[in-house]
Structure formats: structure tokens, C-alpha cells
Design a protein around this ligand. Structure first.
Ligand code: APR
Length: 247
């Protein structure tokens, strides 16, 4: 277990920015996407997580999301989320850029958080722009497969980024700025397959920074990382936080 080596790397390379993916939430019981047991092994993202699919058949897409939103509401932050919040509190992590929509980093206490793929916090009416908090969406889903807008009746869209949809501009700009300034970009639980987020490690390297990776399985940046730690994010990050006296 390379927690001591990773702890030394974080302490020696500040500011350290963390980029997380679905692998940081699997220990909270949330499926990831591309590991052998991932969601995309069962469902075609083009059919259930793309903007054209949502526009063509929003009810079909909501039937896919409905159980996921309910399950995400039940999930709890795990040791990885808590360790990252503790490292931020200790001044050793400047910010967390996350691809995850599950709100678990925020619930674990991370404050400087950039959600580049949106989140389940709200849903918006694509016709009139009305905004609905998650609780209102969940209440509507108790009565219908797809939540209608109170003002115009159109079916709401979850405020998560679908394939074929632009990322929130402010969030992605901030993510690239953080990666450029980072002396260490620590990637945790991401296959680094989906752009533009998968270009963040390049941003750090091009600016003279270093990359470290904690992941189960390979990523395209393994060969250019200062350190690659294979294993469970929870156990490894808990070890790193303990090494650095942040808990
Ligand atoms: N600890 C460490 N790594 C893990 C763990 C764990 N407990 N569990 C899973 N992993 C690894 C998987 O092996 C995989 O390599 O995390 C990685 C998760 O990769 P993906 O499933 O591709 O998730 P992510 O990189 O976040 O996907 C990016 O794709 O579908 C879109 O919008 C979706 O935000 C998502 C984006």
C-alpha cells in the first residue's frame, strides 16, 4: 500500500488539486460506469444518458434515472470522501474537481468543490427554465415516472451533463485553471476516458506539475504519473490522511 509515498508527494507538491470519478463512490454502494460491473456494461449511454435520447423520449430516460436518484439519496459518504474533506481542512488539498453527481463530497465536508458534470441537487424545465430542488423532484417522481413542470407542464431535465451536452462553462473553466496551477493533480477513481475532463492531467503536466493516480485498473495517464496506486480509494486515502495527520 503506497499511502506513505502518496502522502509525501502531496506534502511536497502544493497546491494539490484532486480530480475524482465514480470510483470514489463505489464504496458507498454506487455503481461506476466502465468497470466490469459498471452501469454501461448493462445500459447503452447513448440510449439513456445522451441529450438526443432525452429529447426523443424523456420518460424512458427518467425511468432509468428514477431508481438511481432514489438510491443516491440513500447513499452515504465513504472513507475516501471523508479523507479528502479532512485533507482540505488541513490545507493539503486546495480543491476537489468531481465528475460525480451524487453530492457525496459536499456531504462529507468538502468545501472548495467543482462539479463539472452537474449534480442531482436540482432539475430544470427545458421549456420555461423553472428550477426545482431535488426534494421537489423526488416528490413528483412518487406520482409520475417523469416530473412535470408546475408552470408549463413540460418534463423536467435533471441538472446533470448528458453526453452531447456542454459542461457548465464556469465549472469547467475553474477546473482547468485549478489543474494549470496545481503542482500535483491527484486523480482518484476515474478511468480518464471522458473529455474534456480527461484532459485535466495534461493541463497540469504541461504547466510543469505532477500527476498521481489512485485507481483500480489502468488509465491513459498511468505511464506519465509520478505515482500510481492500485487499490481501493477509501483504504488508500484514509491511510494518506492518517500519514499527514489530517483526520
Ligand atoms: N477505488 C479505486 N478505484 C475504483 C474503485 C475503488 N473503490 N471502484 C471503481 N474504481 C475505478 C474503476 O476501476 C474505474 O477505472 O474507478 C474508475 C471509474 O471509471 P468510470 O466508471 O469510467 O467513471 P468516471 O471516470 O467517473 O466516468 C466519467 O463518464 O459516463 C460518464 O458522466 C459519467 O462522470 C461520468 C464520466
Amino acid at each position: 500500500m503506497d499511502a506513505p509515498a502518496l502522502a509525501r508527494l502531496i506534502r511536497a507538491n502544493q497546491p494539490c488539486v484532486v480530480l475524482t470519478g465514480a470510483g470514489v463512490s463505489t464504496e458507498s454502494g454506487i455503481q461506476d460506469f466502465r468497470s466490469p460491473t459498471g452501469i454501461w456494461a448493462e445500459f447503452d449511454p447513448a440510449e439513456y444518458a445522451s441529450l438526443p435520447a432525452f429529447r426523443a423520449d424523456p420518460i424512458k430516460v427518467w425511468r432509468f434515472y428514477k431508481p438511481r436518484i432514489a438510491m443516491l439519496a440513500e447513499a452515504e459518504p465513504n472513507a475516501a470522501h471523508r479523507a479528502l474533506a479532512a485533507l482540505e481542512e488541513a490545507g493539503l488539498v486546495e480543491a476537489v474537481v468531481t465528475q460525480n453527481i451524487d453530492l457525496l463530497h459536499e456531504r462529507a465536508g468538502s468545501r472548495n468543490l467543482v462539479e463539472v458534470h452537474g449534480s442531482i441537487r436540482t432539475a430544470t424545465c427545458p421549456a420555461c427554465g423553472s428550477l426545482y430542488p431535488r426534494a421537489a423532484v423526488v416528490a413528483k417522481l412518487e406520482r409520475a415516472d417523469a416530473p412535470p413542470c408546475d408552470n408549463c407542464g413540460a418534463i423536467l431535465k435533471p441538472d446533470v451533463v448528458f453526453f452531447g451536452e456542454l459542461l457548465p462553462a464556469a465549472a469547467i473553466e475553474r477546473a482547468f485553471e485549478l489543474a494549470r496551477r496545481a503542482r500535483l493533480l491527484l486523480v482518484v477513481g476515474s478511468s480518464l476516458e471522458v473529455h474534456p475532463v480527461a484532459a485535466l492531467p495534461e493541463e497540469t503536466l504541461s504547466a510543469g506539475g505532477r500527476v498521481a493516480i489512485v485507481n483500480k485498473g489502468r488509465t491513459p495517464y498511468d505511464g506519465r504519473a509520478e505515482l500510481k496506486v492500485e487499490g481501493n480509494a477509501g483504504e488508500i486515502l484514509r491511510g494518506v490522511a492518517a500519514e499527514l495527520g489530517a483526520n
